[in-house]
Ligand binder design. Structure first.
Ligand code: CDP
Length: 230
């Protein structure tokens, strides 16, 4: 069968990466978490203390973008890829609340998006890829073979993220996580450049009441239906 390009977009913490990883394993495709790359840039801002009046210093960041190299490297112990910032693994650091707090303010920047979209398109050149994010079906791979748009009830999304993060940081609260998801969804859907929106040809999956296995089975069935004869 032809090596497909599969795009998965959706709101914060709606299970996009879980679906993308499960599909990649099932189809033996490459999985790319584009959000990790935006988080990598946000981590660079924190690491280099690029702030003005408590907000990310966008001008200095834009001037330093050429000094930032992001790369994925497969880690056979974890059965998934690590993200490297200028050669250093930052996979754990990018999941921290400090990063989540600023990432969407950085993702609005045209220069940041141009740089990352170019890298993402290069990663997908040969097909056989599943990428998740906010603008994959609309901007990165507008001609993707299959596009999914994943949604879930905002309270359920916050509870899922809380369960995931509380294991690492017991000081976190559900209310703080919900506030961060709401803020990011607002910034991501209202920004001028590449806002999060469902592509016209995307298939919507509301996984509020779907198990991980049911979500995977549903997506696989649709992929098979759509690719008969390809
Ligand atoms: O894991 P979660 O759904 O919370 O977010 P993520 O996929 O790690 O993405 C973090 C942030 O990066 C998002 O809230 C967006 O602001 C930004 N992002 C983006 O603008 N475009 C993408 N293709 C992926 C992420």
């Amino acid at each position: 069968m032809k090596k497909l390009t599969i795009a998965i977009d959706g709101f914060s913490s709606c299970g996009k990466s879980t679906l993308a990883k499960d599909l990649a394993k099932e189809l033996n495709y490459i999985f790319v978490d584009s959000g990790a790359m935006y988080r990598g840039i946000a981590y660079y801002v924190l690491q280099n203390k690029l702030f003005i009046n408590g907000e990310p210093d966008k001008i200095t960041l834009i001037n330093k973008l050429d000094e930032i190299t992001l790369a994925f490297e497969y880690n056979p112990e974890k059965f998934e890829s690590d993200l490297l910032l200028n050669g250093i693994i930052i996979s754990n650091e990018i999941r921290k609340p400090e990063v989540a707090a600023i990432v969407s303010k950085i993702a609005v920047l045209k220069e940041v998006r141009t740089k990352l979209v170019k890298t993402q398109q290069k990663l997908g050149e040969l097909g056989g890829i599943i990428m998740d994010g906010r603008d994959i079906g609309t901007v990165v791979f507008p001609f993707a073979d299959i596009k999914f748009f994943v949604t879930a009830d905002p309270t359920i999304r916050a509870e899922r993220r809380y369960k995931e993060l509380i294991l690492k940081d017991p000081t976190l609260t559900l209310a703080a996580i919900k506030a961060n998801l709401d803020e990011r969804d607002f910034l991501d859907t209202t920004r001028e450049i590449s806002p999060l929106k469902k592509a016209n040809d995307a298939i919507e999956i509301d996984n509020s009441n779907l198990s991980r296995e049911a979500q995977l089975a549903f997506a696989l069935k649709l992929i098979k239906q759509r690719t008969i004869g390809l």
